[in-house]
Design a protein around this ligand. Structure first.
Ligand code: GDP
Ligand code: MG
Length: 339
């Protein structure tokens, strides 16, 4: 039988350097990790995989052929209607797991977050929901109990967009609730996990980590790895609020600029990584400076968030007109305020 990489699940091979799963070793028996995982784990390097979204959709469809329980992970920071994208592929019983609670302000109430997600979710197969943080071990005891309660055939699949935190969760569950001391590769970059990976948690439960569907609109597809590392929130976001009159704008690291075009004095709260510079200024009319930026005009209602997928969002209290400039192709959209 072909041997799989213990980090990302890809079948190991030593014939083609440019294909996923390559190892520089004549004997595959001697290695557990592909070169890509080895370098990611030891040097933080990242190599783009040549897997496509279709490969990942095939994997999801195969899960649909089982009866097994699915944990569907959604990242609280980037949550939107996209959470419904798996509905057409999966009929399994699902626990909806909202991840990375530690990034959002502590002052947010879990119940409100749950209600927000409940309102956008249209999936009838969700049997329970939970908010967790793998980083802070928040609610993992409750999650384990849920898994035991709803377990159907001993296999539990982890599904969700890339970077929703699947592999990190597998590693935390292994660390906290298992004697199995293996671990899988997780990283800040998209598409780290390349194929399904079965990991025995205990005699009753086997976790199956999967590659995620690529969120094509996320900023991580459009910026360099160094910038990704900087703009990805790692700790609790400290929101920054500005009371602005029209004619002012907010600049976020020269990546995003939000102009307040028209409306009464208004409140803008920016939720982005604490390492992104956020400053207020007069609208910058230097056209040449923003020549390569795209811009979007929004006529927004009271209590809306403008979301820059993967980068963050800006909560605006009163209805108004704004223009958002961005220096790449990230998906930008408006939603009802999360909180
Ligand atoms: N702050 C925070 N970051 C997390 C958490 N879980 C995962 N991450 C980060 O999210 C990124 C993607 O995680 P990973 O587990 O590889 O996602 P996967 O693609 O779904 O397997 C990594 O940078 C993780 O460190 C969490 O609970 N809190
Ligand atoms: Mg993964």
């Amino acid at each position: 039988m072909s041997k799989k990489c213990k980090g990302c699940g890809i079948t190991l091979q030593n014939t083609n350097k440019d294909v996923d799963g390559y190892v520089d070793n004549d004997n595959l028996d001697n290695v557990d990790l592909c070169t890509r995982c080895f370098r990611m784990i030891n040097y933080g390097d990242y190599k783009i995989s040549n897997k496509s979204s279709d490969d990942f959709i095939t994997i999801i469809k195969n899960i649909n052929n089982t009866n097994s329980l699915v944990l569907y992970l959604v990242d609280l920071f980037t949550i939107n209607d996209n959470i419904n994208m798996i509905n057409k592929y999966l009929n399994n019983k699902i626990i909806l797991v909202m991840t990375k609670r530690d990034i959002l302000p502590k002052s947010f109430k879990d119940e409100k977050l749950k209600k927000y997600v409940k309102d956008i979710n249209t999936n009838k197969n969700i049997i329970d929901t939970i908010i967790i943080s793998s980083k802070k071990d928040y609610n993992l005891d409750n999650l384990i109990n849920m898994i035991k309660k709803y377990n159907i055939d001993g296999k539990v699949y982890l599904v969700g967009a890339t970077n929703s935190g699947k592999s990190t969760l597998v590693n935390r569950l292994l660390k906290n609730y298992s004697n199995n001391c293996s671990y899988v590769t997780s990283s800040i970059m998209p598409s780290t996990t390349l194929d399904t990976l079965e990991i025995k948690l205990n005699d009753e439960i086997t976790l199956i980590d999967t590659p995620g569907l690529i969120d094509k609109g996320s900023i991580i597809n459009f910026i360099d790895p160094k910038t990704i590392k900087r703009i990805t929130p790692k700790n609790e976001i400290k929101p920054k609020t500005f009371q602005l009159n029209s004619g002012k704008s907010i600049l976020m690291d020269e990546i995003v600029r939000l102009d307040y075009v028209s409306g009464d004095k208004n409140s803008f709260t920016v939720f982005v990584s604490n390492s992104v510079d956020v400053v207020q200024m007069n609208i910058d009319t230097r056209k040449e400076k923003y020549i390569n930026y795209k811009y979007y005009d929004f006529d927004i209602d009271n209590n809306s968030d403008i979301v820059i997928n993967g980068f963050g969002y800006i909560k605006i209290v009163n209805a108004c007109k704004v223009r958002l400039y961005i220096n790449n192709d990230t998906n930008v959209y408006v939603r009802k305020s999360m909180i």
